[in-house]
Write a protein that binds this ligand. Structure first.
Ligand SMILES: C[S@@+](CC[C@H](N)C(=O)[O-])C[C@H]1O[C@@H](n2cnc3c(N)ncnc32)[C@H](O)[C@@H]1O
Ligand SMILES: [Zn+2]
Length: 343
């Protein structure tokens, strides 16, 4: 028997990943802060996330898994934790189209892309895990197939992946006249996790296209620029190389800072530090990797915090990122970054 949070879990051969405990710890903080409502745990496996949500976040949970063996295990685990809840054994997309669920949690093996449309149909809150890193930030053919987005490896794949995923949710929601508002989003190890609100509003969902667009990236000098819908980008970079147009992707805020600060107050240790890092990140649509920039210009890499202080002293906005010790966010342009890294 496994103990995770307040839950006791038997796996009996059903998928359970102990490495996702930290993710579920953060989820509990997010769920606790949302008003009491029913969450559809559409890909329950052992039921660990839903059971923890019932025990730790006072949520009502509707469990589901397409595997009948998993459904047996969820029922056993509910009993073991002295809980009762509805459990179904359906294909998640079918279930999401059949009923109305205010909050849906999507945690499939690999890509969530296939399930996002059915989830956007009824949800007001979506919590989504993605582990298809190739499709979200590296491989053009996979990105185009799964997310209708062109991706290529940049120096900051974490940021690109989160923004491609959010961009896809935003475009899909817009079909249902809903606009998205990220609550909190992060990437760690092998996965991305996003919690977003979906608001039904024709005007906001139309305006939502101002919050998505493209990223123009030069693989040679690592220059990055935003391109909005309908704009014609400059193909050639100032360094003489051809730039790549990545996306579409989300270009707006990736979190509700007030919400993140609130949940950070309710925890301690690694979770608190992680949430505060997310909160402190400035909301600019892309980031730079100091290690990669320094290797391009043949300089040694400065300590990140020290370099951030320097940027601020020069009057720029700058912050670290939650996902990579060498990545920073700043409104300084590439020329300024190179000048400061070289001096
Ligand atoms: C990654 S596991 C879920 C892990 C679980 N949420 C947790 O926190 O431990 C994915 C689960 O989704 C189920 N599944 C896969 N495809 C499905 C589908 N189309 N509809 C419903 N369940 C599905 C699998 O049987 C598996 O148990
Ligand atoms: Zn260039």
């Amino acid at each position: 028997m496994i103990l995770e949070g307040k839950a006791k879990i038997l796996t009996d051969g059903i998928f359970y990943n102990p490495r996702m405990k930290f993710c579920r710890d953060l989820d509990m903080l997010v769920f606790s802060e949302s008003k009491k409502h029913v969450i559809l745990d559409a890909f329950s496996a052992t039921g660990v996330r839903g059971i923890r949500a019932m025990l730790e976040a006072d949520c009502e949970v509707f469990f589901n898994d397409a595997n009948p063996k998993a459904v047996e295990v969820i029922r056993k685990n509910l009993k073991l934790n002295e809980l009762s809840a509805e459990v179904s054994c359906k294909e998640a997309s079918t279930l999401m189209r059949e009923g109305t669920f205010r909050h849906i949690d999507i945690d499939p093996f690999g890509s969530p892309a296939n399930f996002i449309e059915s989830a956007c149909f009824s949800a007001e809150i979506l919590s989504i895990t993605a582990t298809d890193l190739e499709a979200l930030c590296c491989k053009d053919s996979a990105g185009l197939r799964k997310y209708s987005a062109f991706v290529s490896k940049t120096d900051t794949p974490h940021e690109t992946g989160l923004r491609v995923l959010l961009g896809y949710i935003a475009r899909t929601s817009a079909r249902f006249e809903k606009a998205i508002e990220p609550i909190v989003t992060w990437t760690k190890e092998h996965y991305y996790r996003v919690h977003v609100r979906l608001k039904r509003s024709t005007s906001q969902s139309s305006k939502m296209f101002e919050k998505t667009g493209y990223l123009l990236f030069c693989p040679e000098c690592l220059r990055k620029d935003v391109v909005n819908w309908g704009e014609t980008p400059e193909k050639k970079c100032v360094c003489g190389k051809k730039k790549l147009l990545l996306g579409p992707l989300w270009l707006s805020e990736m979190k509700d800072r007030e919400f993140v600060d609130k949940i950070a107050k309710n925890t301690e240790g690694e979770a608190k530090r992680f949430l505060l890092k997310i909160s402190e990140e400035i909301d600019l649509p892309f980031s730079y990797n100091l290690q990669k920039l320094c290797s391009k210009i043949g300089r040694s890499v400065p300590p990140t915090e020290e370099f951030i202080r320097r940027l601020k002293a020069e009057g720029f906005k700058a912050s670290s990122t939650h996902y990579c010790g060498y990545c920073i966010k700043t409104d300084a342009d590439l020329g300024d970054l190179r000048r400061l890294l070289s001096s």
